[in-house]
Every structure is written in C-alpha cells, then in structure tokens.
Design a protein around this ligand. Structure first.
Ligand code: SF4
Length: 200
C-alpha cells in the first residue's frame, strides 16, 4: 500500500516510502519492477534519468545496464566513485515493461509521470543538490519545460539554487548521437559537467 506523508523531514524516510510505492500499479498501470533509486543525504550532484530498464529493475540499482555503462563512461568510469558522487533517480522509478509493439520499453504515460513527480519534488527539496544532470529528453522536459535536445545539450540552466545540465540518453536507441555536430554538443556538455563537479 502506497504511503505518502504530507511532508518529509529526511531523505531516509522519503526513500523508505518511495521504495514501497505502488501508486501506478494501484492506478491500473502495468509495472514490472519495484522502485529503483540510490543516493544519500549530503550528495551534491544528482542524476535524473527517464525510467529504469529491465536490468535496473532486477538489481534495483540505477544505471546497471548497457546505457548505464555508457553514462558512467561519459561521467565517471570508476563505478564506486560514480555512485558515491551522484544521487541517482528517474522521472518514473519502476520498470514499465516492454513496449506492446515489441520494440524497446513501454514509455511511461503522463499520468505515471505525474504520480511519480511527488518523489522527485521532495528529493530536490531535501537534498538541495548543486548540480542536476538531466539524462534524456523526458527528464529535460520534466524539469526545464519544453526543449529540444539539439538546442539544450551543451548549455547549462538554473534550476532553483542548482545548475542543471542536459545530456542525451545513452541507451543507443536514438540516432541523435550519430551526427558529428551532436557529438560535439555532448563533448561541450561533459566539459560543463566536469567544471561544475569541480566546484561542488
Ligand atoms: S513509477 Fe513512481 S509513482 Fe509509479 S509506482 Fe513506481 S515509484 Fe511509485
């Protein structure tokens, strides 16, 4: 049974309730994992992804599959240092299952994103990160509003007191990185990430 308090004073109690959340299943959406998130109070950098994949759902740990290996290669190849540096969450936190058409994973619906926004809003309030990496168009739009990847990769934005830096999704499902100009945008974004990480 999903429990959401009117307010939270610690990330530990928020995470305890989040890890038991079944709000989307209770609303009738098919989910194929329990919530996936990892982080602790005191981390100053956060990664917001789109949704966990099948591997993450099984391990209940973010960024464990192929996309995760690519992202860690971009940011912090050392696995331990990656999880030590970044508080890792996503717009929706349960593996949504395969797409009915058989290609890739089912995209979470706007209603599921709305149900899950509660957890991210509270995390931002309690963690107060200095740097937020938005991985993929869905995470970018959730926190920055309508934006095209081509326009925002390589730029940094204010997100409350934090700096937000958009990144493309590393899954390889999109052809966006096939273009040389987009790979240059990614290189600029990663340079910004290194600069901001040095400051936090
Ligand atoms: S996706 Fe988010 S809101 Fe939906 S059940 Fe999972 S944790 Fe809860």
């Amino acid at each position: 049974m999903t429990r959401r308090r009117a307010s939270y004073r610690s990330l530990a109690s928020l995470q305890r309730d989040n890890r038991a959340c079944r709000a989307c299943a209770e609303a009738g959406f098919p989910l194929e994992s329990l919530p996936v998130l990892e982080g602790r109070a005191g981390q100053r950098a956060m990664i917001v992804g789109q949704a966990p994949g099948v591997v993450e759902g099984e391990e209940r740990r973010p960024w464990r599959g192929r996309a995760g290996r690519t992202l860690r290669g971009w940011l912090e190849p050392d696995e331990e240092a990656f999880y030590e540096t970044f508080y890792c969450v996503s717009v929706t936190r349960c593996y949504p299952g395969r797409h009915a058409a058989g290609r890739g994973d089912r995209p979470a619906t706007p209603a599921e994103m709305e149900l899950c926004a509660f957890w991210l809003d509270w995390e931002l309030r309690l963690l107060r990160p200095r740097l937020v990496l938005l991985v993929g168009g869905l995470a970018v739009r959730r926190l920055l509003g309508p934006a095209r990847l081509t326009e925002c990769i390589g730029a940094r934005y204010a997100l409350g007191d934090a700096v937000a830096i958009p990144l493309p999704h590393p899954s390889g499902a999109s052809a966006w990185l096939n273009e040389a100009a987009n790979r240059e945008r990614l290189a600029r974004a990663l340079a910004l990430v290194r600069e901001e990480l040095a400051a936090v």
